[in-house]
Design a protein around this ligand. Sequence first.
Ligand code: COA
Length: 702
Amino acid sequence: MNSPVTFVQEGSIGLIRIDNRPVNAVSPRVVAALEASFAEFEERGSLDALVIYCAGRTFVAGADIAWFDSSDFNPQAYNRLLARIEASERPVVAALHGTVLGAGLELALACHWRVAEPGTKLGLPEVKLGLLPGSLGTQRLPRLLGAGAALGMMLSGAMAGVQQALQDGLIDEVCEGEARAAGKASAQRLVATRAALRRTSALAAPVPPDGGFAQYVTDAARKPQYPARVAIVRCVEAAVERSFMDGEQVEAREFATLLGSATSKSLRHLFFSEREAARIPGLSDSTAPQAVRRVGIVGAGTMGGGIAMNFVNANIPTVLLDTTEAALQRGLDLIRKNYMASAAKGKLTAEQVEQRMGLLTGALEYTALADCDLIIEAVFEDLELKKQVCARIGGVAKSGAIIATNTSTLDVNVLARAAGRPERVLGMHFFSPANVMRLLEVVRGDDTAPEVLATVMKLAKAIGKTPVVSGVCFGFIGNRMLEPYLREMEFLLMEGAEPKQIDAAAEALGMAMGPCRMIDMAGVDVGAKVVIERGKAGELPADPAYRAVVRKLFELGRYGQKTGAGHYRYDGRTPVHDPEFSALARALGDMHGVARRTDISGEEIVERLFYPLINEGLRILDEGIAYRPGDIDVVWTAGYGFPDHCGGPMFMAEQTGLTKIAQRLRHYARVRGDAFGYWTPSSLLTRLAETGEPLSKWTRTA
Ligand code: COA
């Protein structure tokens, strides 16, 4: 196997090239080969200087995240190598391009000079993985930038562009052309001018941040689920107050603790799951995605407008269609208003607002969609209406165009047939607000052609979404799992739990918002209509108490935040306890013979909300609706506010123990009765709980 690192000599300059695609991540192999190449430079005493650069799309973009889980993980060898590089008596130049992240930036910080191509981005994103920079980034960066700026970078994990980096002193030079050649020129110049070598670790101890560390510690400690933040502050404190060697020990200790933390394990799991979710089993590499140069959207409501913004933001001309001039104008006005709000916050210039609006064309006639490569229907969630719209789109779309439905619950196969060309149809389920939420459920119909799926997966990434493929079933992955969660929320309410109590228990677990607040915000009417439609289609259990609360709230016009009352009463946007709701829940409970209780604990609420949801997730896997457990975790963390520090419901289930979950479901079946199968463990859960086979390793065989 070729070495990932090579050394060459050009004149009096040595060049080390790292080539470990795709992103030149540092692995044990890279460390060993880099060490060997550096030794070669050390041995060739006649050389004047060294340049370290990378092949491919980027300089080193971090340590190999998979290495963290292996038994041979040991950052010490890399750290020792960085110390040797820094101690070199001859100049060592880091020639940077692409995304210089984590261990890559730490390597650059150990070099004496940093030159970067325009467009290079630099950062220490470890905090996003629940870690801290473990190769002396916490010690070198504050010495270079000052403690305040270094904390800003490490606590946010954000990347800096070259101009910012140059201004802050993170890099020394922005080159015009290619990094390798520029690195060589910089090295020659450093030699010619006999410039003193600047060793970051030997710089004076940084000054503390304005106002000291106390506020940083307090802020970081506010979110104990993310311990990396406090650890980073502690390391920078050590950089200010102690020697470099002492700081190194503090960093090593804190890093080791974080590496074993549940939060970091969860975040690392999600990092790989998100990337894995983009891979479609069985799709051959020869399935080339189509070009999407123009997009059409039918329905200029909030959803359609939000969807349109995604494409416009990615510089794709978009046609927005509605049936009346007034509706269309309202939609276009809303989009402009959203862009103006971004401009007011300084996120866009007035010119950019006009440029984006210029990519949007309003239309009233379907013929305006004839030259679109992708047409998405985003009309009201009503099967008959959507069938009609799909048929009309199918009537005008050019051959080869892709037709997508934004339905959140309806049968994509039925809509695909209505469009008249089922192989060109799939679901693109955006989440509200569609221009903000990361998740995109891509629903493959029975007949969806592979290239259609491949095109939409690629396009999703281009518009900044996190796509996950789902098969066709009620609610797809996310909303189907939401259903048992809401079912139990309602039973708990009828038994006497207050909305605040339920929300607090879910939020204590880490949910961005408890279920009662969530429904009130999304709209009780929206939720109720889904239940009512399912009821009409005969898809609900024969249980009169099923989702009785949402139906009652809908009947009473308590639609949530938008009408000032739902599960709560609203004081502006603030939910306040509403005795009227409590009375209503009690009356419903009485009507359906639900026994009142006063002993509902937070633990019971969590188990009853989440274990049925997990059970449904396992059914979804068994049925082949989702390809992998990680896909489900991505859906819930990217689209439903599930805490990323728990890794998603499937990851959490594994950590909790599938045997325990199966036991608790059976316990509730015993104490609550199981007339409608609410508490029956799915066959996959039962099997895994019995065999002990890990869910993370599970793949579908049938
Ligand atoms: N370790 C291991 N694999 C990595 C990696 C890392 N640090 N960074 C990226 N990869 C892999 C991805 O898993 C993906 O593999 P795949 O193609 O087999 O799915 C591939 O590199 C490309 O990454 P992707 O994220 O799809 O490409 P991108 O161009 O959108 O983004 C980065 C590139 C480097 C910006 C992004 O991958 C990233 O942020 N990586 C993490 C950087 C980081 O956190 N470094 C510090 C580690 S402690």
